[in-house]
Design a protein. Structure first.
Length: 150
């Protein structure tokens, strides 16, 4: 098994009123030249957690961080007009939390972060501010997943 020290949350960047299945993810990633879907897990709007890539295999979800990370993507991330937004359903919120907490039991000490939070710190202040995000993905602050008030 490879060493895992990072869990990265993504959104599929699809409109909340459209369906984007795990098969659609796989097709889109293959069209980009990947051998299969780059994420390890995909969370559908109904909360169903779909296994996409075995954990022992390196993902293809965030350049420079794939070797030691697990990629989780949820369906959505854009509102009906195609604007980045937190479109998670209550079922997705629950499933994401359960999945992350389960993975943390299997891989204790992992850092949990959003794809956007791995953007370069362009101003060098030690914090990746929203103005520095390469992508809006995911459409929420991942720290809230681990909050007791979630």
């Amino acid at each position: 098994m490879r060493k895992i020290n990072l869990i990265v949350i993504h959104c599929s960047a699809t409109c909340e009123d459209k369906t984007f299945t795990e098969r659609d993810v796989d097709t889109a990633h293959r069209a980009r030249g990947f051998r299969s879907a780059g994420y390890h897990f995909y969370v559908r709007k109904d909360g169903a957690i779909k296994s996409m890539r075995p954990l022992q295999e390196q993902g293809a979800h965030v350049l420079g961080y794939n070797a030691h990370s697990i990629g989780i993507c949820y369906e959505g991330g854009l509102d009906k007009n195609g604007t980045p937004a937190d479109t998670r359903t209550p079922e997705q919120k629950h499933s994401l939390r359960v999945l992350v907490l389960t993975l943390l039991k299997d891989f204790p000490g992992c850092r949990v972060t959003g794809h956007r939070d791995l953007s370069p710190d362009r101003n060098g202040n030690g914090v990746v501010d929203s103005s520095e995000w390469v992508k809006f993905c995911p459409g929420f602050d991942v720290k809230e997943l681990l909050s007791k008030n979630f």
